[in-house]
Design a protein. Structure first.
Length: 281
């Protein structure tokens, strides 16, 4: 019969293995990969099938903290910082949804994953939609996702073309320096908060991405889709979700009553219950 130091040594070995395995499984790791000659960041934690979390415009991977904590017990969770956000470098050229999608395709190849599950919020939903329309995916979760071109009023177009006319004529009328000051004042007053906070490059990228309509690729998505939407969302209205549901062959919609554009945060309990049901965890 073994006892004393032998038993104690075996106990320490088992404990050490358990601790190492715990940290290997649940420890959050920051990582990098390169696409289009820029360095892009992501975090990774957990083990199992891969879920990739794609944030919205103006956010970064930290928006998914609570979601990651739920999923890491069942999956390998990869939370991305899109180019120009978080710890990822800014693109050197004006990217559109195509280039952002290619950057995620490069990440999937880098990770050696065949069929990821995608979870996309807002702009991250745009990328998820285009990715899933031409690549194999296990499932898709879209929450308050962009992808349907916004309907513009006459007032909107009047403001846009007035601003363009100002940019063209004012320098000749009042001088370049004074014109630039007035143009920036008008931009700050009329532009969205995302636009006003952005660098010149990211402003150009936002202007390009926001008008890209992905309805034509939605029927190509055959994987199961969960649509989770705030009924008070004004950025990507509930009507967009209903249109996506019609265009995708295997989509179901969960409406978060009283929630806006960040329904997964505003109705966190319903969000987590919906994820558990859809992902079967």
């Amino acid at each position: 019969m073994l006892g004393g130091p032998y038993f104690f040594g075996a106990y320490l070995a088992v404990a050490d293995f358990a601790i190492r395995n715990f940290f290997r499984t649940f420890a959050l790791m920051e990582a990098r990969y390169t696409y289009d000659n820029i360095e892009l960041a992501y975090t990774i934690e957990g083990e199992g099938d891969t879920i990739i979390l794609l944030h919205g415009w103006g956010c970064d991977h930290n928006i998914w903290k609570a979601t990651s904590e739920l999923l890491r017990n069942h999956f390998r969770v990869v939370a991305v910082d899109f180019a120009g956000f978080g710890l990822s470098a800014e693109p050197r050229d004006v990217w559109g949804v195509e280039e952002y999608t290619r950057s995620i395709e490069a990440l999937v190849e880098h990770l050696g994953v065949e069929k990821p599950t995608l979870v996309g919020h807002s702009f991250g939903g745009r990328v998820s939609i285009l990715y899933a329309s031409r690549n194999s995916v296990e499932r898709i979760v879209l929450t308050d996702a962009a992808g349907v071109k916004p309907r513009r009023t006459l007032s909107y177009y009047r403001k846009v073309y007035t601003f363009k006319l100002m940019k063209k004529l004012l320098p000749a009328l009042i001088g370049k320096q004074k014109a630039q000051m007035l143009i920036e004042q008008r931009r700050a007053k009329a532009g969205s908060s995302d636009y006003n906070r952005a660098t010149p490059m990211m402003r150009a990228i936002l202007s390009k991405c926001v008008n890209e309509d992905l309805c034509h690729v939605m029927p190509k998505i055959s994987a199961p889709v969960l649509l989770f939407w705030g009924d008070m969302d004004t950025a990507t209205p509930l009507a967009d979700a209903k249109r996506m549901e019609r265009l995708m062959s295997d989509a179901g919609l969960v409406v978060a009553k009283g929630a806006g554009h960040f329904a997964m945060l505003e109705q966190a309990e319903l969000w987590q219950a919906s994820l558990k049901s859809f992902l079967k965890i």
